[in-house]
Write a protein that binds this ligand. Structure first.
Ligand SMILES: Nc1ncnc2c1ncn2[C@@H]1O[C@H](COP(=O)(O)OP(=O)(O)OP(=O)(O)O)[C@@H](O)[C@H]1O
Length: 122
């Protein structure tokens, strides 16, 4: 049977999700670098007075990279739980999860270039 809706439980789930972000920033050094980059990009966006559509692109990229970082770290944690021994399938899962972050970061980089390069040049 489905559970009754409870605001208290929804709030608790939200707290667990915030804890996930806290763990990411505490344990994943790459995420800290990405956070600094995101802050820099937002400040640059304010400086260059980005248009609404440019903000949408920038914020989507920032969210995309962090979401991929979170999923990558979750997969890494589960893989480490499964075994500390060397397994081809663990390598495959970890490398593909890391590739997801790389793809997101590359897309964000290209979008950043498309938006900021013309403003920097002119
Ligand atoms: N249990 C395992 N079995 C097989 N391959 C593994 C295992 N653990 C890690 N690897 C692989 O070893 C390499 C290094 O993994 P590791 O997690 O140490 O590096 P990393 O991704 O640089 O770490 P981080 O991003 O947390 O600094 C990766 O290719 C990963 O897929």
């Amino acid at each position: 049977m489905s559970e009754r809706f409870s605001i208290k439980k929804r709030f608790r789930s939200f707290k667990f999700a915030l804890n996930g972000i806290k763990i990411l920033l505490k344990e994943e050094h790459n995420a800290r670098i990405h956070l600094l980059a995101a802050i820099g990009v937002v400040l640059a966006g304010v400086y260059f007075s980005l248009s609404p559509i440019e903000w949408v692109a920038v914020l989507l990229c920032i969210g995309f990279v962090f979401a991929m970082e979170l999923l990558n770290s979750a997969i890494e944690a589960l893989a480490d739980l499964v075994s500390s021994e060397h397994w081809v399938l663990i390598k495959k899962a970890k490398d593909m999860a890391a590739a997801a972050v790389l793809v997101a970061a590359l897309v964000a980089f290209v979008v950043g270039l498309l938006i900021f390069l013309p403003k920097l040049i002119s």
